[in-house]
Design a protein around this ligand. Sequence first.
Ligand code: SIN
Length: 320
Amino acid sequence: MTSKVIPSIVIRNKKMIMRLEIKKMSSIIDSDLLLTVRPLGTSLGAEVRGIDFSKPLTTVTLEQIQLAWTKYLVLRFRGMPTLSADDLITFSKNFGKLDARPIGSSDKNPYFDVDKPEITIISNVVVAGKPIGGLGAYEAVWHSDMTYVDLPPKASCLYAIEIPPTGGNTYFVNMYEAYDSLPTDLKNRLTSLSCVHDASRNSAGELRKGFADINDPTKTVGAVHPLVRVHPVSKKPCLFLGRRRGAFVSGLTLVESEALLNELWAHATAPRFMWSQEWEIGDLVMWDNRCAMHRREAFDPTTRRLMLRTQISGEPVLQG
Ligand code: SIN
C-alpha cells in the first residue's frame, strides 16, 4: 500500500485510517486500497476507478464511495459495458432501498428484457411503434428527480448501454454552492419559504397519465418542500428547487413568486456551478438528488440512446 493509491478524502477520515491500519496489520492484501477518485469538474463530479464490479463491494469500498459521493455529489464509474439490469440493481442497493419507477414511465416492453419495478428505461428507441423508455430525444430541462413526491429519491444511478454520436450529455449543478453564494438577505428570506413541485409533467414536458393540464402555478398539484434543505449526511444547507415549471412559492403573490423563482433559477444554473457528463457506453453515473440538479440535452432523434436508471429511496426533506 502506498499513499499514492489512497485518495486524500480517505486519508482525512480517522475511522477509515483505523480500518486501513487494521487491514495492514493483518496483512490482508485488498484491492479496495487501489480505489482512486479523480475530480472531473471544478464544482462537482468525480470519477472513481479501481472497483471490481464482478465481486460484491466490501464495506471499505462502500465507505470510500460514500465519502467521495458526499464530497463530489456526482460519481462516474467508467468502462463497464457488460453490466446487466440485475447488476445495476445490486450496485444501487448498496446505498439504500430502491424506489419503484415513476408513474407514466416505461413498463414491460418486448425489446429489452427488463420487467423489474426498480428499473426505468430512459430511451428514444421505438419498437413496433412503441417507445421502449421515457424522455425521448428531447431536452430534459433542469430538475431533481421526483421532487413532486413527499420523499423524493436521494440518488439516481444511470447506466449507458447505447449513446448517440453527438448530444444527449447530462449536465449537473451543485446546489450547495448555489446556496452559499446567495446574498445574505436573500438567504434569510428563503429560510421560511416553501415551494410546490409540479407532479403533472415529466422533465421532457410530457403530461403524466392521470394529471390535468394546469397552467396556473397557484393551482399546481405536487409535494411542497422548503426552498432550502439541509443534507442529512453533510449537514450543509443547499437550494432545493426541483423543477421550474408549475413552481409556486407558498404565501407569495404569483408575481412575487415568479420573480423570486426566476432569480433563483438563473443563479443556480450558472455555468460556474456546473459540470457536464459526456457519456461513453459502459458509464455508470450516480448523483445525489438532494444537493444536485441535472439536465439532459436533446439529441438527434434518428440516433439511439438507451440507458437504465435506478433510484434510491430518500428520507424526509429537512428544512434549512
Ligand atoms: C434523467 O433526467 O433522469 C435522465 C437523464 C439523462 O437521460 O441523461
